[in-house]
Design a protein. Structure first.
Lengths: 287, 287, 287
């Protein structure tokens, strides 16, 4: 049982169980990212940060038609008209995006409905994204009302799909199916609507088996690959590998694998053929 | 009616109408990028730059078999043999490629035939590219004659498709169908030959609705994402968003959307279901 | 006939013929990357480097089920437990990875079975990768035993498939089919199992026709595109193009092409329609 209680959220239903947090967005009628939803999301981010039991966070929606429609335009319309002073520092929620790339809690967005604007940006700031075929619809239509995807969207989309496709999405303001979103790199993968739950749950389960320190080291390597030259990135990887291979839990798992003859042809074939996870899991975490 | 007249082009047919320029390449027998076509392209680039009415430029071909075969090899063969001095500055046409990334006029290549070499590089330097299935054929075969894709091709292809696929294209010198070109990122998307016109026209129409200042701000964000670290790019986006949200035209459009109850469930569902563009357009630009 | 003999390899079968080296991994029962295989690979890399006749290296496996299972875990388990000192320089095999990006010998991995861990990293460090549909299975499961893909894997995967998919692969530790591996950018392309040999051989044959100096110049352009800004990369390309176009062999090939009327409509159509390679090859290398 979890020591923290996730109470008094108006727009989120939160279920924490055995290392997982399932967070269901429930803000009718369209899951608009309004003041209530934004505040709940911020509060949850703060609370879960202190919850050592949670290893994987899965975001989903209570509404079969909408994941998150977009950010509330009335909040943008209410911004002051005078010219802004140029900022030299990121606002807090963007500092968080930078830091979150190293968060040892892994976040996954499971998108089964319409998601646009700030909702799409929220998904893009998660570690992984999956979309349901014939149900999920992605868009970034800020330019239609003269603005731009200022919640990280311009940076995430360009990095994920490249300049030409990011411009098509952000200037063309079209609707993108899950399949096209996969082909463009907007999401990891498009999945049949009746398989997405099982896929995401199994993925989350496998990720939750990885030692937290290992997750953190891998995320550091990934950020190095994104931000450094190939040569510098390889050096970061080299030093972090030396740490990983000496973790007591790594030693324990390598020993268990070898002791169980886990490099035999039979075992290796089984890992690669679907039953692998059960077998490898049993080797590493014997009941 | 457009104040500028696009006259006396030998190899281009230019039709300018309500914000769009449709430029048809017509240089028989293979749309070779020879002196005549190169000069016409340079002249058009200069002329359209001063034409405030043109917002979107669509490039297409008069020849159903060829978009642009490639650059004229006889011009390359005529280059002097003495060793070159190393340049420390880009030639003019490459300075233009760097600057064009911020051009508020959006350019689209609609490719329905064979395109290779310098023709492919020309397409790669446009903002977006679409290819007709079973008709468009892409290649970058410079290496077969000992040279390389020196018109930006080595940089565009590597950035769009990554090292391994760029090497396959540039060293293997094969022919790539529209479908493979899409999977490799050479083009935005492969479309059925009988749908590509409609798709590109609708896309161009939607893009032409975006305020020019917004297009320019979004392009600045995209370049920041391509060239800067994630943190620096987010800061650029933050400052440009603050400008975008205060544009008078943005204020007008946000107000129109809210006044028409554009965040209702019914309206949001319609935006995502195909009829969205008409509805959203009417909200923003009432007749 | 090749002047060097490739003898006394325990785990590799090497056939060198007319510019090609076909290297067949044969280390039963699972092509484990153990001491024997690692040493043979290192020795081959050193030997082939001095073999001017070899232009293209194709890696394949003698075992229909396994390409390379992974690195031998018992070697990792035997590493000392004391904390490592931070390295400021890459180990030799990673210095080689950096240098190999400019190797004028082109390497291709033809993957028709299971490949994981260090075996996958070996493939990722080749210039190109192709996988057989329904036979090749890719994985990067180091995290299951607490460690990470320290042989370049974290850097290669992030650069090839982006952050979200690299995290899915490295934290989810799943099995990836050839089709998904293609969609994620792990490999260049997934090919039907009965076509992969012909495809790779034809590709290798075309690459072997390219002058070595041209291959080297193109690889320099690609590295510039990966590591420099767009503007700096274009400048590198500009200077290397000026060298390429003045190579005597380039002059000869351009002359041969023009002399044979190789820019005619008929010739150009033939290049793009499948019979192109024979025709263009004959122009350039008349029998």
């Amino acid at each position: 049982m979890n020591i923290l209680e996730y109470k008094n959220y108006k727009t989120l239903k939160i279920r924490v169980d055995r290392g997982f947090a399932f967070v269901t967005i429930d803000n009718p009628p369209i899951n608009l990212m309004d003041v209530a939803l934004s505040m709940d999301m911020g509060r949850f981010a703060f609370q879960v940060q202190q919850d050592d039991e949670v290893r994987v966070i899965v975001w989903q929606s209570a509404d079969p038609d909408f994941f998150i429609a977009h950010y509330d335009v009335s909040l943008l319309d209410a911004l002051p008209k005078e010219q802004p002073t140029e900022k030299s520092e990121l606002p807090e929620h963007k500092k968080w995006m930078v830091a979150a790339r190293l968060d040892p809690k892994v976040s996954i967005a499971k998108i089964e409905g319409i998601v646009g604007g700030g909702g799409s940006e929220f998904c893009l700031s998660r570690d992984m994204r999956f979309g349901a075929i014939d149900k999920a619809i992605f868009s970034q239509k800020e330019a239609m009302i003269g603005i731009l995807a200022g919640g990280g969207g311009t940076q995430f989309l360009t990095r994920k799909m490249g300049r030409a496709r990011a411009l098509e999405a952000m200037l063309g303001c079209g609707n993108f199916s899950a399949e096209i979103a996969e082909r463009y790199g907007w999401i990891n993968r498009a999945l049949p609507a009746d398989e997405i739950n099982k896929f995401v749950e199994e993925l989350a389960y496998r990720i939750a088996m990885i030692p937290q320190e290992t997750v953190n080291l891998i995320k550091q390597c990934v950020v190095a690959a994104e931000e450094k030259s190939f040569e510098e990135g390889l050096l970061v990887e080299t030093n972090l590998f030396e740490i990983a291979v000496r973790l007591p839990e790594s030693k324990r798992r390598m020993g268990a694998l070898l002791k169980a003859d886990g490099q035999s042809r039979e075992a290796e074939l089984s890992y690669a053929k679907g039953e692998q996870d059960e077998n490898l899991r049993d080797l590493i975490n014997p009941k």
